[in-house]
Design a binder for this molecule. Structure first.
Ligand SMILES: Cc1ncc(C[n+]2csc(CCOP(=O)(O)OP(=O)(O)O)c2C)c(N)n1
Length: 559
């Protein structure tokens, strides 16, 4: 046992989980924790300009590393400002540990200064929300929180630590590595389930792999490709999960779902068996209807968490297990039997769809109108972004064109708000991702509306030297929503238009590097220069204000 202060215990417990950055804004409730970092420079406090930025940064860091990422903020408004970013981590299954210093324990339930029922507020967007009620329980409760964040399907947790649990407290504890308090071995599939899956796969004429984020969390991406190759299985990806498989692979058709590839949708409609690997078959992957997944298609759904297995679509077989372990078992189970002869025709069909998609996207190189169409911007991005580039997409219409148009080579390089659809996501998530993988180029893609929601973090980026490039496609409106008013309300626009500063000037004012591009032939060079400039950079491209994708619910204004 070692004697240490409560603040030191918090830091040491986080260091045992390889935590190197903590995001937040200074507050008097947790200064005992912060004070430890005065001497210990192995953990950096990234002091941000709005706690929402801190939560998104932690989400980005956790998504890129797969390890816990931490926010440390003050009580009341400091914590409520985190909520949207923590919701993002919840939807993205990011192991974010949100800690807020609280009022004195004995002042709870008195409406004390900055006292709010934070546990109740955070419960619906975390796997666990709790309070430390005795200083000596800090290690036990933090282990509980870390176990919850990191076990099974990962996700955020919230911890409220009343200030007197930290102030001048000395506790006895031993700092142990994670394997002492949380299981680290993956969950194996049941052998009988594997036998059934093998049978179903062999009976299928047109089996299709639908790969989701669970494959990446399980670090199973290469195994998925091996399964696809050995069994002649074409691949599509779930909404916002394009990086789950190498997009250059000839078996990859494209992304399913909202703003996805029509060719992936066509493959999904043709499949007689869907092997769903780590996808919850969520709203924007499936729309919960039969536009992609046909009633006759058999589904084998593999997920680490049973809650989403057969949640909307009945399954022929559900397997609750680690995606990687399940693929290993399937490879083994299928190794003795030849691939059915019918696969050749199906593979040909899949390859025709892949070729069709590539040709469609390349055709957009001819869109040379001014102001530029967002589709044209993506042609240039595909051309110049290095394969290891991490891209974060914001919500909004111009970013949404990226779902079908960006190209990924490696897992954990594409981060999207998923079904949260939260604006303001991309820039701070990119900052967190860059801290997790400093050697990778990082690009955040925003509309003008979404960028200004967290643009204040440019100051954080400059001060901490976090050099990400942000592309702002400016159409001077809330385009994605304006699209609804255009399609369904006879262009009766209310609250749809906004004004903007020049974002290159805006960036320069913060000490970042600004660029402004109007012509397609300047985009590639500018993005490359921005990635190399050695500063955070913002590239503004004015885009066609009348170019919107069809609204998500194109057939009716309800739903
Ligand atoms: C936090 C938040 N507020 C509101 C919305 C609703 N919303 C979705 S897209 C959108 C417009 C986005 O505009 P912009 O970022 O400029 O991109 P554009 O659609 O114009 O390309 C709005 C208001 C949302 N998704 N998230």
């Amino acid at each position: 046992m070692t004697e240490m202060s409560g603040g030191q215990a918090v830091i040491e417990l986080l260091k045992a989980e390889q935590v190197r950055h903590i995001f937040g804004i200074v507050g008097s409730t947790f200064l005992d924790v912060l004070d430890v970092l005065y001497d210990d420079k192995s953990v950096e406090y990234i002091n941000v300009r709005h706690e929402q930025g801190a939560a998104f940064m932690a989400d980005g860091l956790a998504r890129v590393t797969g390890t816990p990422a931490v926010c440390l903020v003050t009580s009341g408004p400091g914590a409520t400002n985190l909520l949207t970013g923590i919701a993002s981590a919840y939807v993205g299954h990011s192991p974010v540990v949100a800690i807020s210093g609280g009022p004195t324990f004995g002042h709870y339930y008195k409406d004390a200064f900055q006292e709010l029922d934070l546990i109740s507020m955070f419960k619906p967007v975390t796997k666990l929300a709790m309070q430390v009620n005795k200083p000596e329980r800090i290690p036990e409760i933090m282990h509980y929180a870390l176990r919850s964040a990191m076990t099974g399907r990962k996700g955020p947790v919230f911890l409220d630590i009343p200030r007197d649990m930290l102030n001048d407290q000395v506790i006895q504890t031993e700092i142990v590595p994670p394997e002492y308090y949380r299981p680290e071995h993956p969950q194996l599939p049941h052998p009988e389930a594997i036998r059934e899956a093998v049978q179903l796969l062999q009976q299928a004429e047109r089996p299709l792999l639908l790969v989701g984020g669970g494959a990446t969390w399980a670090r199973a991406n290469e195994l998925v490709v091996r399964l696809s190759e050995q069994q002649a299985l074409p691949m599509i990806t779930a909404y916002g999960r394009n990086d789950a498989v190498p997009n250059a692979h000839l078996h990859y058709i494209g992304p399913l779902g909202r703003a996805g590839a029509p060719e992936a949708a066509a493959a999904c409609r043709r499949a007689d068996l869907l092997l769903v690997l780590g996808s919850r078959l969520g709203n924007f992957t499936t729309y919960y209807d039969q536009r992609y997944i046909q009633p006759g298609t058999r589904i084998v759904q593999i997920d680490i968490d049973s809650r989403d297995i057969a949640r909307t679509y009945p399954v022929a077989l559900g397997i609750q297990a680690d995606a990687g372990e399940t693929v290993v078992a399937l490879l083994e189970g299928l190794s003795q039997t030849p691939v059915p002869a019918t696969r050749a025709a199906w593979m040909q069909e899949a390859q025709d769809l892949r070729t069709k998609r590539q040709a469609r996207l390349q055709g957009e190189a001819n869109l040379n109108t001014l102001p530029l169409k967002p589709q044209r911007v993506y042609v240039e991005l595909r051309r110049v972004l290095p394969p290891e580039t991490i891209v974060t997409l914001d919500a909004g219409a111009a970013p949404a064109y990226g779902y079908d148009r960006l190209h990924f080579s490696h897992p954990r390089t594409f981060f999207t708000p998923l079904d949260l659809g939260g604006l303001g996501f991309a820039f701070p998530v990119a900052l967190g991702a860059k801290l997790g993988r400093p050697g990778a180029p990082v690009l955040a893609i925003h509309g003008d509306g979404g960028f200004l929601m967290n643009a204040q973090e440019l100051e954080t980026a400059v001060r901490h030297g976090i050099n990400v490039v942000t592309l702002v496609m400016n159409n001077n409106c809330w385009g994605s929503e304006k699209a609804y008013q255009k399609h369904f309300y006879n262009e009766r626009y209310v609250g749809a238009d906004i004004g903007n500063p020049r974002y290159d000037h805006f960036a320069n004012l913060f000490g970042a590097q600004g660029y402004y591009v109007e012509h397609a032939d300047q985009i590639g060079d500018t993005i490359q220069a921005a990635l190399r400039c050695g500063k955070p950079a913002v590239v503004e491209i004015p885009i066609d204000p009348n170019e919107f994708p069809a609204p998500a619910t194109a057939t009716s204004r309800r739903g």
